[in-house]
Ligand binder design. Structure first.
Ligand code: HMG
Ligand code: MG
Length: 299
């Protein structure tokens, strides 16, 4: 059955901008984006990434962004932290929620975070302990849940195994990433069926990229399985630097339109998100990657 309410996790400032080519997006633009998204009613925003600036230059101003934003009460501003160094930097910047990111593919793990899956889990354990001591919640990502750019198909049991490890370590929610957007609805459903046997369904999030135009169809399939947390990126911004050809996350505007049609309320102002999408893509010199935004237009 479909969930009665859905929690949206907004990705544009992090997954959306991390792969932006060319010059650094100005810190002030990133901050304005985060503030606009919060004002539109998005209550969970992944705002920055405390990764190595050599690996992901576009996120090199994470401290400035996290300390500079105007915080709205009731909104959670989170950040990626791949290791203890990233966590310490995030804590110094006053971050209240962080996320670790692993993968269901060995090769992708190596390319993205320079270690094996087992090494990544061993690295996350002390990070979770430290975050717990600091009263900071930790989300966990599993990448390549419906396919890997290097290894091709990924078995659902492998996704379930990594998700379980992250959950047992203390991650409060596990976000399942179709990093390169190759999934189709039946595969998405099977992946959730395997994973929900290891992690409660209410602790699973769908993080789907739209490379092949399947993200909304895949979301509908997993909503029917009871998934009630969706990661999306305003204007469909984004892509992973270590997943060649990966396009952005499913557009927040399109997810909001789908959910409204299903009678599922989110408390987010669709028009305000559309306008924000036009504004940020204008700053980046292009059109929003959201069909709903293009159809409705800006106000
Ligand atoms: P490494 O080179 O193995 O790290 O990288 P190291 O521990 O050997 O350190 C090397 C240097 O990096 C040292 O500096 C460290 O201090 C520095 P040096 O002595 O050479 O001057 N360093 C750091 N600096 C700042 N912040 C840090 C940090 N850690 C080390 N946290 C590492 C390992 C994990 C750091 C690197 O591989 C990395 O940063 N990877 C991040 C890649 C990334 O951000 N990918 C995109 C996000 S994941 C994604 O998009 C998928 C997702 O959306 C879900 C989906 O779609 O599937 C989440
Ligand atoms: Mg992603």
């Amino acid at each position: 059955a479909l969930p009665t309410s859905v929690k949206l996790f907004e990705m544009a400032p992090r997954d959306g901008l991390q792969n932006e080519p060319g010059d650094m997006v100005p810190t002030a633009t990133k901050m304005a984006l985060i503030e606009r998204l919060a004002k539109a009613g998005l209550a969970h925003i992944e705002a920055a990434s405390f990764v190595s600036p050599k690996w992901v230059p576009q996120m090199g101003d994470a401290t400035e962004v996290m300390t500079g934003i105007d915080r709205r009460p009731g909104v959670v501003y989170s950040a990626l932290t791949p290791n203890l160094k990233g966590l310490e930097n995030a804590l110094s910047a006053g971050v209240e929620e962080v996320a670790v990111f692993g993968a269901a593919s060995e090769t992708f793990s190596q390319k993205n975070i320079n270690c094996s899956i087992a090494e990544s889990l061993a690295r996350f354990a002390p990070l979770l302990e430290r975050a717990n001591d600091a009263g900071v919640r930790v989300r966990g990502y599993v990448s390549c849940v419906l396919g890997c750019p290097y290894e091709g198909e990924i078995a659902p049991h492998k996704v379930a195994e990594v998700a379980k490890a992250l959950y047992e370590m203390g991650c409060y929610e596990i976000s399942l990433g179709d990093t390169i957007g190759v999934g189709t609805p039946l595969a998405a459903k099977r992946m959730i069926e395997a994973t929900r046997q290891q992690v409660p369904i209410e602790c699973l999030a769908a993080h789907f990229h739209d490379t092949y135009g399947m993200a909304l169809a895949n979301l509908y399939a997993v909503l029917e399985e009871g998934v009630s947390v969706i990661d999306a990126s305003t204007a469909g911004l984004g892509g992973c630097p270590y997943a060649k050809g990966a396009s952005g996350n499913v557009a927040t505007e399109d997810v909001l339109y789908l959910l409204a049609g299903l009678g599922i309320d989110t408390g987010v102002d669709l028009q305000a998100v559309i306008d924000t999408g036009y504004w940020i893509t204008g700053e980046l010199g292009r059109q929003p990657g959201s069909r709903v935004a293009l159809a409705k237009g800006r106000v």
